[in-house]
Design a protein around this ligand. Sequence first.
Ligand code: AMP
Ligand code: FE
Ligand code: FE
Ligand code: ZN
Length: 328
Amino acid sequence: MLHAQAADLGKGEVGKVGKVTAVHAVTLGPPWLPWETTSSCLEPTLPARRIDLHTHSSASDGTTPPAQLMREAREAGLDVVALTDHDTTAGWQDAERALPAGLSLVRGSELSCSRGGISLHLLAYLFDPDEPDFAAVRRTLRDSRVARAQRMVDLLAADGHPVTWEQVRALAGGTVGRPHIAQALMAHGLVDSVNDAFMPDWIGTRGRYWVAKAELDVVDGVRLVVGAGGVAVFAHPGASKRGRIVGDDVIALMAAAGLAGLEVDHVDHDESERAHLRALAAELGLLTTGSSDFHGDNKEVRLGAHLTSEASYDEIVARATGLPVLAA
Ligand code: AMP
Ligand code: FE
Ligand code: FE
Ligand code: ZN
């Protein structure tokens, strides 16, 4: 069920394009990397692949264009990166075209969801972008974001703040979000940082100029992702400092609907939250991931700040039927 009010602006999505090679199975690291040996055994072992499964580009609320993000990912030493812009696949094509040698691309998206009035994010990997039900929902989510951002600008303007919709629209290269309004507030000298804009006096959740956006019920979201051949992972499920989080009962419902895993290693989780989520994942038979949730200059976290194990990554790739991983 979508909790939404729709506006009339949508962005086109790209399909399965590009001159890159599909990689269905395990991709090993570059063969020229030195092999590691252990003192007890002379068997060579390949260094572990460095895998970051959650990044945002300027196709949503990151500041790095998708092509540049691919280059920076390789420079940061990553072997695998997922592009997971909010509610869109619009950055995929540019990312594919710019994919550097040695980097594998997992095409994904991060869906705006909710349960019981709590906003949640669901990572979707390797789904078929043309599957009509899921494609229609992404479009509705994006459309709602436009109407909602316009209302937030109207509220700011009504209080005499000189932010305009044209300015916010120009700052958003794709899916519009609160970070674009935050940048506009910064440009007018009204706040010092994106983070400051997320305080209750401005556009923080339930704050003075905050307006709700459409969100998909998170269990329906899991079903939609799986129905499009994708793999669903609950993004930062324990990020209590961002706002209210759902209980383990909701995660169990998501697991029963086909959720594959929980994003455990994330900058917004403390050690006790990670320990709890790891135990819960083991109990529910879910895999665990770790990722940066890179947003360019909109957040301080860097690419590769947290990584996913090779075992979890290989399981995600094996479960996906919508799209292959791409490698140059
Ligand atoms: P929206 O999806 O438009 O409601 O905006 C939420 C987005 O804002 C998240 O995906 C984050 O990228 C970003 N965000 C949330 N809280 C903060 C914060 N305190 N500082 C900077 N960015 C934030
Ligand atoms: Fe974001
Ligand atoms: Fe998120
Ligand atoms: Zn994210």
